[in-house]
Ligand binder design. Structure first.
Ligand code: 3EB
Length: 320
């Protein structure tokens, strides 16, 4: 029985978000409603993303009482017991300078988490506009990586402590970064089919991406594996650029390998977000993944992947 869950609600079953947020055990709710600005409702996290299979909300549950919530230091936070969720939004104007704005956003998040006694972020989602815009080192994603690394370094984090992460491009204005943070450190896992992202060579940008392939964390005497956005990358190279089906297969193999390294089982996988660059890939993605995973755990999301040649990326949660 999973204690910590990320549960998908489709458009036709979604009940009133305000009511849900007042229920015991509901930490926060991620919105797939296509908007990305700080919401009036504390605990709601509009992601800028939209779902291709009708997911409207993702409910993050941790059933140890009613969430406390608030906003300060440019962040909105929700906490239940030893689990803290913090979100911060970057305005469309601030997105014009993504390096500086990312660094400031991370400074806000990390300072708040530390001041709340939750100094260890273990899972971060980064949802940005126009992620592939700009050439070479000017690309939005690369500027984002620079800002993130500067903030992590100032925070005193070393590469082996980087959290699990996803970084995707949505199709609206503004950005959101949100994180789950713990009182105790998580344990990091790398994928032996891939080099650690923080050791990628210079060709991918001036600062390597700062994330772990997965983090392991004990919550309420259960162990969870938070699997970062995973793509068709072998070593550090993009495998099968332009070939969706091969990329999907290699991505699935990369995840299966990572989960096996943690002695986990694909049958205990949930909260799969399958990011698709092209909506027309929904059907082939479904055809393959619904053979492996239960449909209620699959959210096909329309998003740009941070390397231009990648067509698909998948993240997930595994109960170990
Ligand atoms: C990769 O493996 C694909 O910059 O936070 C996946 C997950 C990717 C997270 C990030 C980037 C990030 O390099 C891209």
């Amino acid at each position: 029985m999973s204690i910590f869950t990320q549960q998908y609600l489709s458009a036709h079953t979604a009940s009133d978000v305000g009511n849900l947020l007042n229920q015991d055990g509901v930490l926060a709710i991620v919105g797939y409603t296509g908007d990305c600005s700080a919401p009036a409702t504390l605990g709601l996290i509009p992601s800028g993303l939209t779902s291709l299979n009708d997911v409207r909300y993702e409910v993050i549950r941790y059933p140890f009482g009613r969430a406390e919530r608030g906003q300060e230091n440019g962040c909105q936070w929700s906490r239940i017991g030893d689990l803290l969720c913090v979100a911060t939004w970057i305005t469309p104007a601030e997105c014009e300078n993504m390096e500086e704005s990312t660094e400031q956003a991370y400074n806000r998040l990390l300072n708040l988490a530390r001041s709340f006694g939750h100094p260890h972020p273990f899972r971060i989602w980064n949802l940005l506009p126009r992620i592939n815009y700009g050439d070479g080192d000017q690309e939005v994603y690369k500027k984002f990586c620079n800002g993130r690394m500067h903030a992590f370094t100032r925070y005193g984090m070393v590469a082996t402590q980087y959290p699990a992460a996803s970084a995707l491009g949505h199709h609206t204005d503004g950005a959101v970064i949100y994180m789950l943070a713990a009182k105790e450190p998580s344990r990091n896992l790398e994928n032996s089919r891939q080099v650690p992202a923080y050791t990628y060579p210079r060709q991918y940008g001036p600062c390597s991406p700062s994330f772990a392939r997965a983090t392991r964390l004990n919550m309420a005497d259960e162990e969870y594996l938070f699997v970062s956005g995973t793509a068709s990358i072998l070593g550090h190279s993009t495998h099968a650029p332009g070939d969706f089906l091969v990329q999907l297969q290699v991505t699935q193999e990369n995840i299966a390998h990572l989960v096996a390294q943690a002695n986990g089982s694909l049958s205990k996988m949930s909260a799969l977000r399958v990011y698709l660059r092209h909506p027309e890939h929904l059907q082939p993605a479904r055809d393959m993944l619904e053979k492996i995973y239960a449909p209620e755990h699959l959210n096909f999301v329309y998003a740009d992947i941070c390397r231009q040649q990648l067509l698909v990326e998948i993240e997930a949660l595994v109960e170990l």
